[in-house]
Write a protein that binds this ligand. Sequence first.
Ligand code: F6P
Length: 369
Amino acid sequence: MEKRRLAILTSGGDAPGMNAAIRSAALLALSHGLEVLGVRQGYVGLIAGDFVPLSRADVTGIVRDGGTLLGSARCLEFQTVAGRNAARARLAEAGITDLVVIGGNGSLTGARALTAPEELGEQVLRVAGVPASIDNDVGLSGLSIGVDTAMNTIVDACDKIADTASAHGRTFIVEVMGRDCGYLAMSAGVAAGADLVLFPEAGRSEEEIVEVVVSTISSARRRASPPKRVLVLKAEGVRISPERLKTSVEERLAALGQTGALVETRITVLGHIVRGGRPSAFDRVLAGRLGFVAVHALLAGESRVMAAWAGASAPPPGAHLSPGDPHCWVVTLDAVLAETQRLLDGTSPVVRWRNRVFAEIEGVLNPPA
Ligand code: F6P
């Protein structure tokens, strides 16, 4: 019988809940008699052969910890064939036959490249991905690990900002992470009751962005007496700096002769705060389930797949429902990465739908004069 040894790695930007995924993947594999190893620092550790045994004791109590027990890294060397050859050699030396990769777009791209048949040859190596990225930019998974915690962190910050903003009658621009995807800003914006969300997928020019902020402020000034506060949630991927946006908006309002409430603008950039902290209960459950589904897929002999959070819709081509969890799909990495590309270039129906919904929300929140 084939002796199986399973390794787990976390890679790319860490996300709250990664530890819960490590735990569930490790416990399930151990319970099936596999030896389990952790890889330190993502693909950097894979290339260096930096493996540590993972026992039940090692993963006990880690569900509540943010970050990742194994460490993470962004690894340029892994994008080269030489880097991947080195990683495959280390895996073969250590007798590792199965690998769980927990991470976002870059990490899953790495997992697919690592097991590309033309590079893998005769080596036995199965890989299963688990989507983890606060940006929620992994295709075909309704949610990635870390999104819910990040959203809660943003909403908590915005609630606090709303207190001081209302006390002074000010406008606040709050910038949140989301390099290429505005999902966090959008969902947190809805939950925080923001007046406007700026996200890259809308494709607005700098001038249009300034204009929509100005019209949101003007509309709030007309509506409320006295006007309380305006909250603008801006995704990092919207390529105008918050400082430049503030200056341009204030100048434009001055040119329109607007003074007083809501004209004075302040900026808060939440940055890496959004990525840290104890994972929410939902993220722990999601991570636990996805970790389970990934290992179940490997145990069933599948490879080059990802465990995905299904939501309510039917499995897309290249996916099947997990036999162990009716809310999760097992999707091929090819299908995941193709849809991820469409999310990033704006051609995915999901992006089109989000654009439509937010255009409608803007009209509802800030009706024209
Ligand atoms: O993990 C994704 C992300 O949080 C992006 O939203 C952000 O632009 C990036 O990571 C920051 O990466 P780093 O921690 O390497 O600066």
